[in-house]
Design a protein around this ligand. Structure first.
Ligand code: FMN
Length: 408
């Protein structure tokens, strides 16, 4: 199957699964522990039904959205994904270019394999920088200063990773960055020659062993690129005081990624954030965490007037995106969807993923009888009593006739 025959994100996922050796596919697709949250991220969407209106003129509908003075061609963007360079050559640039071509924002991960300055220069479009920071504020300041100089429009601080999630498949596969292929993985690599030659060896030839290119750490006076394990150190000490420090340092838009409660959303607002990402990190951190779509209505009613609300985790269909917008999100972000695309066809594959989602959003809006993203609201959704997730009902967000009301 090639891109032409990929009619949805799951088709792209299947191509990716075939192209990649296990060590790379598992890191991409897997979640934490028993994958309860990973599955719930999808299941939560299936419990929500649409309320379509008919005989509405939808010939002039638009899926454009305005955010902080910019207009985007679709109400979604690309979430930050570290180690993307495992999936296609120069993936961080390819994803950025695909986002620019689609007219949507791109969030570059701290853990990219291409230096942020090169992505900023070569990708174009609207780019935000995702920051992983630890209590080592000197390193954080260096990164933030570089991001500002490189011209990134917004900074996204990821906060749901005080320790690494328990992703047992990665331990089983001996996954580590810099990526090395040991005897076991080498055989698998050889069985995937297209990936071996086109991604791994090509990266090796152009910039060395695939590794983090934005990070440097001071080990005994020597500045080096850290391993994944080193890179995660001292994150446990991070707290809201550090966020306040960051707020003073970064003059542009600042977002907190990894919010799952109204309380934390309110703290983000109190500490001067401009926006949040309601996210469970794609089910890769705390297994048992709720799906963002489930907690979104409560968070939107608590801070929707003060903060811009981004949401990610589990989005694979335009209909998922429309549901989140109807529940109070300003924009949706996708992680794996565009990485599946990039694996299947580089920049063109990532763009194909974005175009599939655009087409689906557009179709769902027409079928709902909606002309603009701003019209979407709880009146377009209901929870089927037989399919309804208990926690949504428990929080009283379903009214008598099945519509959704904001949480109290
Ligand atoms: C391979 C991979 C790498 C990721 N790396 C990062 C990262 O470096 N920083 C970050 O904030 N989130 C990272 N995430 C989480 C995504 O930003 C996003 O929250 C998640 O992928 C959304 O779920 P989805 O993949 O189901 O769309 C990563 C996700 C994946 C799949």
């Amino acid at each position: 199957m090639n891109l032409k025959h990929a009619h949805n994100i799951d088709d792209l996922r299947r191509i990716a699964q075939r192209r990649l050796p296990r060590i790379a596919y598992d890191f991409l697709a897997g979640g934490a522990e028993d994958n309860v949250t990973l599955r719930e991220n999808r299941a939560a969407f299936e419990r929500i039904r649409f309320v379509p209106r008919t005989l509405v003129d939808v010939s002039r509908r638009s899926r454009k959205v305005a955010l902080w003075g910019r207009t985007f061609d679709a109400p979604f963007g690309i979430a930050p994904t570290g180690a993307s360079g495992l999936y296609c050559f120069d993936a961080d640039v390819a994803l950025g270019r695909a986002a620019a071509a689609a007219g949507v924002p791109y969030v570059l991960s701290t853990a990219s394999f291409v230096p942020m300055e090169r992505v900023a220069q070569e990708a174009g479009g609207t780019q935000w920088f995702q920051l992983y920071m630890s209590k080592d504020l000197e390193t954080a300041e260096r990164l933030v200063t570089r991001a500002l100089k490189a011209g990134f429009d917004a900074l996204v601080l990821t906060t749901d990773i005080p320790v690494a999630g328990n992703r047992e498949q990665n331990r089983r596969n001996r996954f580590e960055i810099p990526l090395r292929l040991g005897p076991g993985n080498m055989v698998d690599g050889l069985l995937h020659p297209r990936w071996l030659a086109g991604v791994f060896l090509r990266t090796l030839a152009s910039s060395g062993v695939p590794r983090f290119q934005n990070l440097d750490i001071n080990t005994g006076g020597r500045i080096t690129s850290p391993t994944l394990t080193e890179f995660r150190q001292r994150r446990t000490e991070l707290n809201w005081t550090d966020f306040a420090w960051l707020r003073k340092l970064w003059p542009k838009k600042l977002l907190v990624k990894g919010i799952l409660t109204a309380e934390d959303a309110q703290l983000a607002a109190q500490h001067g954030a401009d926006g949040i990402f309601v996210s469970n990190h794609g089910g890769r951190q705390l297994d048992g965490a709720p799906s963002p779509i489930e907690v979104l209505p409560g968070i939107a009613s608590a801070v929707g007037s003060r903060l811009k609300i981004m949401v990610d985790s589990g989005f694979r269909r335009g209909s998922d995106i429309v549901k989140a917008l109807a529940l109070g999100a300003d924009m949706v972000f996708v992680g794996r969807a565009t990485l599946f695309g990039a694996t299947a066809g580089g920049e063109a594959g990532a763009l194909h993923a974005l175009n599939l989602l655009k087409g689906e959003v557009d179709r769902v809006m027409a079928l709902l009888g909606v002309n603009g993203v701003g019209e979407l609201g709880p009146q377009h959704l209901r929870f089927d009593p037989d399919l309804r997730g208990a926690s949504l009902a428990e929080r009283g967000i379903r009214d008598e006739d099945g519509g959704i009301r904001e949480t109290a």
